[in-house]
Design a binder for this molecule. Structure first.
Ligand code: ATP
Ligand code: MG
Length: 561
């Protein structure tokens, strides 16, 4: 039996095992350890939900720990964005905002201890030479000629590295393990490099910085982490982390690796995301097309949807690619319940109701959310001049097209039946207006004589509507696997040139005058839309979060077969 409400996975099973033998008492302490070298993405959400979720399931704790060992790539902007994103997802690290840089002094002392124990040495080989000496999977490594320096010489040189006597790249501190190990990570790995660089937190205090592999495991140990959960690529690093901790004789967390999240039509690597930002391919880290948490938040994704998605995908040991449609499914589920319905016409076509008195206006009742009666109703204005969606009219309707066409009657949502009587065109032959009549007896949307119509259209009253900019998005990449390219190309060759479409003059119902960034609505029949922070007084900007079409349901059916 687990303590996790029936939900379980191989990681929780390992923890249950530890709890039953009392390996760490019954303590469970995890951490989410980002490197502040970019914004978090949806893959990080999987790790956040896992680490904070496990801590909460077992009444334990989860730290937010920055692995800030690489000052040239890290910044305060990234540190701040990470906090904002974790909080937005709904998790709380309380007072445990921690940094590997808080441990630089301790790490330095431990490195000196390894030197004194004859387990680390200062090496004068260049980075290239170290690489050449390392060997390959099929070829043994070669020992560094500096490997057998005396303890005193090593201590002296390490101290002087710290004091800043030597230029970048001239020396390193390396662990003395085994150049013949089948695991390349164990072939005398570098522990410290010389880097005369300003650090966002420690400023100019240091000019030697610990390598990630030297800092990460010890940081976990210092924090009393019981379960160090990380992605599969660290499996080969585990023997090294174990070695360091065993040499130092300090608290030993259990490292457990799981498969990282991969999503179709998406790249999830900070290096690539940075490339998209720096190359001006997107407007920034929070471009609504980006898979970053700041991007999808701006787009209108909700933390509830992301958490439900992460719960559903679970954790495994084998690499896989998750359909982005599955994320969309959870998003629609959540927005369907919470988003208020409104009417908005993206590409307006004028409709004049010829038998409706000029200058007259009436207010009709509309339901705010059929999924949630507590959201109430609202009044929407109806008048002689309306807008409907251009795509809801065809002069020459194909067989399956049941919307408006010459002579045909349709329902206007919450209003009346109307019949198209005449089509007005401009000199180029483009349809610019429809002359229609309405049936006053059908108010509210039903005909007392039982007459049926085959479709219901959304609309707004022309005079009462407001104009808005609407941004429509598609996948950033045209291929499910952005890495599927011809020779000599890279993933950028699969960029979707139509990933953003801007509509300058959509027409929305007047209730949308007072909206603020982040508000979400369903524009009936057109999808879910979220107010963008570019909105200013008199110029609302909406992002389409997602359409209403549910491709995931289809995929699920296929999977069930
Ligand atoms: P990227 O490879 O995307 O650049 P990273 O692994 O370098 O990311 P870190 O800041 O080191 O980014 O990641 C913090 C934590 O998030 C790590 O524990 C890492 O394993 C985890 N993580 C990163 N990407 C994913 C992913 N796609 N799925 C699940 N967990 C991830
Ligand atoms: Mg990393």
């Amino acid at each position: 039996m687990t303590e996790t409400d029936g939900r379980t996975d191989f990681i929780r099973e390992i923890i249950d095992g530890h709890n039953s033998t009392g390996k760490y008492g019954r303590k469970v302490h995890t951490r989410f350890p980002p490197e502040p070298n970019g914004y978090l993405h949806i893959g990080h959400a999987k790790s956040i939900c896992l680490n904070f979720g496990i801590a909460s399931d077992y009444n334990g704790l989860c730290n937010l720990r920055y692995d800030d060992t690489n000052p040239t790539k890290e910044s305060q902007e990234y540190i701040d964005s990470i906090k904002k994103d974790v909080r937005w997802l709904g998790f709380d690290w309380e007072d445990r905002e921690l940094y590997a840089s808080d441990y630089f002094h301790q790490l330095y002392e431990w490195a000196a201890k390894l030197i004194r124990d004859g387990k680390a040495f200062v090496c004068d080989l260049s980075a290239d030479e170290i690489r050449e000496h390392r060997g390959t999977l099929t070829e043994l490594g070669k020992e560094s000629p500096y490997r057998n320096r005396s303890v005193d010489e090593n201590l002296d040189l390490f101290e002087r590295m710290k004091l800043g006597e030597f230029p970048n790249g001239s020396r390193t501190l390396r662990a003395k393990i085994d150049m013949a190990s089948p695991n390349l990570n164990m072939r005398d790995p570098v522990m410290y490099r010389i880097l005369h660089a300003h650090h966002p937190r420690t400023g100019n205090e240091w000019c030697v910085y610990p390598m990630y592999d030297w800092a990460h495991g010890q940081s976990d140990s210092i924090e009393g982490i019981t379960h160090s959960i990380c992605t599969l690529e660290f499996e080969d690093h585990r023997p090294l982390y174990d070695w360091y901790i065993d040499q130092l004789g300090i608290h030993h967390p259990t490292q457990i690796e799981f498969a990282r999240l991969n999503l179709t039509y998406t790249v999830l690597s900070k290096r690539r995301l940075l490339q998209l930002v720096n190359g001006g391919i997107v407007s920034g880290w929070d471009d609504p097309r980006m898979p970053t948490l700041s991007g999808i938040r701006r787009r209108g994704y909700t933390p509830e949807a992301i958490r439900a998605f992460c719960d559903r995908i679970g954790v495994t040991k084998s690499e896989s690619i998750v359909e982005i449609a599955m994320l969309d499914y959870f998003l629609r589920e959540n927005l369907n319940r919470r988003a208020a319905r409104v009417m908005g016409v993206l590409r307006p076509l004028k409709v004049v109701i010829e038998n409706y008195p000029e200058g007259q206006m009436e207010e009709l009742d509309a339901v705010n959310n059929p999924e949630d009666a507590s959201m109430g109703t609202r009044k929407i204005p109806f008048s002689r001049d309306l807008y409907i969606e251009q795509e809801d009219f065809r002069e020459d309707p194909p067989k399956q097209f049941y919307r408006l066409a010459p002579g045909r009657e349709v329902r206007l949502r919450y209003a009346y039946f109307i019949t198209c009587r005449e089509v007005v065109k401009d000199s180029s032959g483009k349809v610019i207006e429809l002359r229609c009549t309405y049936d006053p007896a059908t108010k509210g949307g039903d005909s007392p004589d039982g007459r049926k119509v085959k479709s219901t259209l959304h609309w707004v009253s022309a005079k009462h509507s407001i104009s808005a900019e609407v941004r429509l998005y598609d996948h950033l990449f045209t291929k499910a696997d952005p890495d599927e390219v011809s020779e000599g190309q890279d993933y950028l060759a699969n960029l979707n040139p139509h990933s953003l479409e801007i509509i300058r003059e959509a027409k929305l119902e007047p209730g949308l005058t007072k909206v603020k960034a982040g508000d979400s609505f369903q524009f009936e029949r057109m999808g879910y839309f979220c107010v963008d922070p570019d909105t200013t007084a008199g110029h609302p900007v909406f992002n389409r979060t997602i359409t209403l079409r549910d491709t995931w349901a289809k995929i699920e059916k296929q999977l069930a077969r």
